[in-house]
Design a protein around this ligand. Structure first.
Ligand code: ATP
Ligand code: MG
Length: 274
């Protein structure tokens, strides 16, 4: 596995050390998955997140990334292999692992506020406390002013933000994000990337780590400490790249675009010119 930064002038953010010394938060051990009577989708997928760590999974369309996230959330069982949270096997969906689906999943008959409150009322929270938490989350994703609107009155990007607010309001330890910013304009996407990133690193929130699936390699280099590349048929993890760049990151900093090129190469793609 390739652990070295592409350029010697990069400051080390300490990521590699974190990965080797800390115990894992979420861990996939040798996951295999296939639909009955069909060729396996992926084999032997192992990955780890550590505390205060953002990882990303990239790979061509149809390789099995969304299925992998659903297995990590235990919404579907793997054919074989294990998922562990803080070292303990997870076998049922858990509020500690939140998933923001690739296809926007909001309930059309509920207002934005009720969509977010839904996950809170399932627990022991009072209606008043749930309203307060849901309003805080909607404010964070920039939707406080439309809390009484219904999804059909909203754009795709707004619905996506409702889904993100709902996932975060359950106070998960790990959030799994399946192309979460793809329906958003660049300005909103940038603000939300930063918010989610900050939440992972704030000590007072429950969120310890995040797993991002994205086709946007600039977004991946901006956010991820470690990138797992899936490829092949059946797919496996073909490479693991640690992004040792100081934060906050932007495209103009030395080394940033080298990492983007390296991820393109990892996918066997030619980086676009310009
Ligand atoms: N219910 C199903 N029955 C059979 N095959 C399926 C089913 N659902 C998904 N697949 C196949 O499983 C493979 C992996 O799907 P998945 O949605 O995980 O891909 P992905 O990597 O997330 O793709 P994308 O980047 O386009 O979102 C695909 O080839 C898909 O056609
Ligand atoms: Mg997908």
């Amino acid at each position: 596995m390739d652990q070295n930064p592409p350029s010697s002038n990069l400051k080390n953010s300490g990521t590699s050390q974190l990965r080797f010394e800390n115990t894992s938060v979420l861990e996939a051990q040798s996951l295999c998955f296939g639909f009955p009577n069909l060729k396996p989708v992926f084999n032997n997928v192992s990955l780890k997140t550590h505390k205060d760590e953002f990882i990303a999974i990239i790979g061509p369309s149809g390789i099995g990334k969304s299925i992998l996230l659903r297995i990590l959330a235990q919404l579907i069982p793997p054919t074989s292999g294990k998922v562990l949270l803080n070292g303990i096997p997870v076998v049922h969906p858990s509020a500690k692992i939140g998933l923001v689906h690739q296809s926007i999943a909001t309930f059309p008959w509920m207002t934005a506020l009720d969509n977010v409150k839904l996950v809170l009322l399932g627990g022991k929270m009072s209606d008043e406390a749930a309203t307060q938490t849901a309003e805080r989350m909607l404010e964070m994703v920039g939707l406080k002013s439309v809390e009484d609107e219904y999804p059909k009155e909203m754009s795709g990007g707004m619905r996506q933000r409702v889904a993100i607010a709902r996932a975060l309001s359950a106070s998960p330890e790990v959030i799994l994000l399946d192309e979460p910013f793809v329906h958003l304009d660049e300005l909103t996407a940038n603000r939300l990337r930063k918010e989610i990133y900050d939440l992972v690193f704030q000590t007072e929130t429950s969120l310890k780590s995040a797993v991002l699936v994205s086709h946007n390699l600039h977004e991946v280099v901006q956010l991820a400490d470690c990138v797992y590349i899936m490829n092949g048929s059946p797919a496996t993890i073909v490479n693991e790249v640690n992004i040792d760049l100081p934060r906050p990151r932007n495209e103009r900093q030395p080394g940033f675009l080298d990492y983007v090129d390296r991820l393109y190469e990892g996918l066997n793609l030619v980086p676009p010119k310009g």
